[in-house]
Design a protein around this ligand. Structure first.
Ligand code: NAD
Ligand code: UDP
Length: 311
């Protein structure tokens, strides 16, 4: 029997790929989005599918529907977007979690939270394991996002303990791919757009800070596997590609792959920018038999193709 699945934030980068994938797997999909950072363009190709519905709605308001599963992705993800209206970002994470958990409780749906590596803040242990509690500045510019997501995790676990809601929590590390917003300021989209236009590549700070980049298809594979685990497995579980690169290495790779004439320039490092980030994915390997399959270069080629097509 078809499952009916709600995807909040379904018109965004990850959400739109997830809707597509869940439809391919013969489910009925309801995509809910307020279009803050998402776009109709991301899901326009799904609109004629009779098993797909798009609803304009803000997760800070209660929402009633009968569904079997909920993927809660609604929340701006890039620093520029989540700091644009910091209070709204907190409301989206916290009130959004309360509303979606309330819904899951009422209709007995299973619910997955898209949490983030940002719950570890600027980590003091490396690579990060799920039992690390993090090093987060609670009053900094990133706190609207980090602390909002941390509070959402707390809500998930309390609804689970108090009300037996079936929860899954995934901590997503930097993920990239086609349909990233070219203007949201994330490093991969910024560098590719700059390189394709032979504009300066803007490295913040020295470029010695590191990130680990996961291709979108790999991540979704892991998220769907997590949703299908037995009810006694809640996570949190890290998901990302353990391949770790400095931002300078990333810039050079993108220049090479695009054969760009861009120069590298340095700009000030934003406040509280984490110095290093790499997921320890032992738990996902063990419990989900999951690990990323797409190396950085291969994923970058696909992403560059996408940005060329919209450039
Ligand atoms: P995105 O900005 O492309 O997508 C977020 C979607 O949520 C957008 O469509 C936006 O319009 C929608 N949204 C925002 N506020 C909303 C609200 N109040 N009500 C309804 N819809 C709302 O970002 P993304 O990269 O696709 O991220 C999706 C989720 O994954 C987010 O929760 C993000 O925190 C998490 N995540 C992403 C990454 C990554 O690298 N992409 C890393 C860690 C966590
Ligand atoms: N960054 C950069 N130049 C840019 C955009 C980002 O050097 O044009 C750096 C940023 O300072 C950070 C890293 O790249 O150290 C990743 O930034 P992003 O915003 O993509 O993600 P996050 O910091 O949330 O991991």
């Amino acid at each position: 029997m078809k499952k009916r699945i709600l995807v909040t934030g379904g018109a965004g980068f990850l959400g739109s790929h997830l809707c597509e994938r869940l439809l391919k797997e013969e489910n009925e999909v309801i995509c809910l989005d307020n279009f803050f950072t998402g776009r109709k363009q991301n899901i326009i190709h799904l609109i004629n599918n009779p098993f797909f519905e798009m609803i304009r709605h803000d997760v800070t308001m209660p929402f009633f529907i009968e569904v079997d599963e909920i993927y809660n992705l609604a929340c701006p993800a890039s620093p520029i977007h989540y700091q644009y209206n910091a209070i709204k970002t907190i409301k989206t994470s916290v009130m959004g979690a309360i509303n979606m958990l309330g819904l899951a409780k009422r209709v007995r749906a299973k619910i997955l939270q898209a949490s983030t590596s940002e719950v570890y803040g600027d980590p003091e242990i490396h690579p990060q394991t799920e039992d690390y509690w993090g090093h987060v500045n609670p009053i900094g510019y990133r706190s609207c996002y980090d602390e909002g997501k941390r509070c959402a995790e707390s809500l998930f676990f309390n609804y689970h303990r108090q009300n037996n809601v079936r929860i899954k929590v995934v901590r997503i590390f930097n993920t990239y791919g086609p349909r990233m917003d070219p203007h949201d300021g994330r490093v991969i989209s910024n560098f590719i757009v700059q390189a394709l236009n032979n504009k300066d590549i803007t490295i913040y700070g020295e470029g010695t800070q590191t990130r680990s980049f996961c291709y979108v298809d790999d991540l979704l594979d892991g998220m769907i596997r997590l949703m299908h685990t037995p009810d006694d497995f809640t996570g949190p579980v890290n998901m990302g590609n353990p391949g770790e690169f400095t931002i300078l290495e990333l810039a050079q790779k993108i220049i090479d792959l695009t054969k760009s004439k861009s120069r590298i320039v340095h700009e000030p490092l934003p406040a509280d920018d984490p110095m290093q980030r790499q997921p320890d994915i032992s738990l996902a390997r063990k419990t989900l038999n999951w690990e990323p399959q797409i190396p950085l270069e291969e994923g970058l080629v696909k992403t560059i193709q996408y940005f060329k097509s919209i450039n």
